[in-house]
Structure formats: structure tokens, C-alpha cells
Design a protein around this ligand. Structure first.
Ligand code: SF4
Length: 76
């Protein structure tokens, strides 16, 4: 649901949900930008890019499972 609110279509949201389920199962501590309060889904930018160590425009990185020093869980 949160993915759709953040502008993803059904297929994209399903793929990301599957990926996150796998990550959770692996207990790696990885996240995606779509779960982070610093992510702007319309522009695909990071509002905390300096702490995260990435460029301001995250683009395709947004959907990749990663460990991120700048991550903060999005408010529901
Ligand atoms: S802080 Fe990290 S997880 Fe959050 S939007 Fe930026 S790069 Fe993505």
C-alpha cells in the first residue's frame, strides 16, 4: 500500500514487495529508499544524500536492497 501511495504501479510494487520479503527473510538489515522518509518518490531524490553517501538523484538505486547510513523509516 505504501508503495502505491508513493507512485508505484501494481507490477513495480509487487516486485519490490517480493524483494523486501526476501531481504527480510535473509535478515540482512537491508532496506530500499521506498521505505525511507528521506526519499522523494516523484523526483527519485534523497533528502539525506550526504549522510547516505549517494548522489541527490538516486534513480534506479531507490528500488535496490541496500544498507544505508542515512536511512530513517518512513512515517506511515
Ligand atoms: S537516506 Fe538512504 S535509504 Fe533513504 S532515501 Fe537516501 S539513499 Fe535511500
Amino acid at each position: 500500500m505504501v508503495f502505491k501511495r508513493r507512485g508505484m504501479d501494481d507490477t513495480e510494487a509487487d516486485k519490490l514487495a517480493d524483494k523486501l520479503l526476501q531481504v527480510d527473510r535473509d535478515q540482512t538489515g537491508q532496506v530500499t529508499c521506498h521505505l525511507c522518509q528521506h526519499f522523494n518518490p516523484r523526483r527519485k531524490t534523497c533528502g539525506n544524500f550526504r549522510s547516505a553517501g549517494v548522489g541527490q538523484e538516486v534513480g534506479e538505486l531507490a528500488a535496490m536492497a541496500q544498507r544505508c547510513a542515512g536511512y530513517q523509516e518512513a512515517r506511515q
